[in-house]
Ligand binder design. Structure first.
Ligand code: ADP
Length: 319
């Protein structure tokens, strides 16, 4: 005799629909102890997908013991088959893990298993300045001062340690608690001595310095200063200074320093002046980070000490 099936009736869902709970993926971190035995030192629950980059996919990872949520860059080992790619990741880890500054994304942990490398970073819940600018179109000058000061201080911290970031751009300037955090050290390099020159062609088209494109003199710390100029222009105007829809045209404009402020824009003379002084073809003629901070654009002008979260989507009321 057939046993009657219990009637699982869930409101609105047909009774024959199988409701499956979402499985939680657990990632374990192992360490080899002093006796050579592998020990599980932490377990994490994999959460929300945050974004993807060249090699990495980034997810939220919750530490099951402490409850702390990290941003985790997961890099599949099979994607780094070429020794050069693996070396690049190792350099990124070596440089980033030594950084300790309020305006640099904190490097929390690094481990690996059979399939992946895991880089656990400070979670920047407000994404990057690219999303900020997409919403806001452009920023008020006092907001540009607020963000620029933090960016310049973080870059000064890096340069003091002979580290050149080489990929400063809005997408690598993350926001957490309304503070800028510089991230993605994938193209960063540490000079062995102050006078060393680098020759690798790298960067992101809109932000790349002319000396990198010319390839005649090598490059150094000044490439980051150039990118800071491009960032400042972009925050004030809403689009990067050399942007065109053709790569060669953008590169030609960078090499010939062809850019201008749009006529309709109401920008202070100090802001125009600072951007112009930074976007100079000759790297030696660019201002130092200290000179930038003491420029009239900052000097004695109102800079908020903190911005409210609403400033992510609309212009706040300034005193
Ligand atoms: P790649 O080095 O491969 O380019 P990224 O560092 O650009 O990888 O990271 C890929 C994406 O992951 C980013 O575009 C961003 O959306 C997200 N992401 C990276 N780091 C963080 C972080 N600390 N907090 C929040 N999201 C992050």
């Amino acid at each position: 005799k057939a046993i009657p099936r219990p009637a699982f009736k869930t409101q609105g869902i047909p009774s024959d629909t199988l409701i499956q709970p979402q499985p939680i993926e657990i990632i374990n971190e192992y360490e080899i102890d002093s006796t050579g035995v592998q020990q599980c030192v932490a377990s994490y629950a994999k959460g929300r997908f945050l974004g993807k980059g060249g090699f990495a996919r980034c997810y939220e990872l919750r530490d099951l013991t402490t409850g702390k949520i990290h941003a985790c860059k997961m890099v599949e080992k099979s994607s780094l088959a070429k020794p050069r790619a693996l070396n690049k990741l190792k350099t990124e880890i070596r440089i980033h893990r030594a950084m300790e500054h309020p305006n640099v994304v904190k490097f929390n942990r690094y481990f690996e298993d059979d399939k992946y490398y895991y880089i656990l970073l400070e979670l920047c819940n407000h994404k990057s300045m690219m999303e900020l600018l997409r919403k806001r179109k452009s920023l008020a000058e006092c907001e540009v001062r607020y963000y620029m000061k933090q960016i310049v201080l973080a870059v000064k911290y890096m340069h003091d340690r002979r580290i050149i970031h080489r990929d400063l751009k809005l997408g690598n300037l993350f926001i957490r608690e309304m503070r800028v955090k510089i991230g993605d050290f994938g193209l960063a390099t540490q000079l062995t001595e102050e006078k060393e020159r680098k020759w690798t062609i790298c960067g992101t088209p809109n932000y790349i310095a002319p000396e990198i494109l010319m390839g005649k003199t090598g490059h150094s710390f000044e490439v980051d200063i150039w990118s800071i100029g491009v960032i400042m222009y972009t925050l004030l105007v809403g689009t990067p200074p050399f942007e065109t829809d053709k790569l060669e045209t953008t590169y030609h404009r960078i090499k010939t320093n062809t850019w201008s402020f749009p006529d309709h824009l109401d920008l202070s003379q100090e802001a125009r002046n600072l951007v112009s002084s930074i976007l100079t073809i000759s790297p030696d003629a660019r201002p130092s980070l200290d000179t930038i901070l003491s420029h009239h654009f900052f000097d004695g002008k109102y800079t908020p000490s903190q911005l409210p979260e609403m400033a992510l989507s609309s212009v706040p009321n300034f005193p």
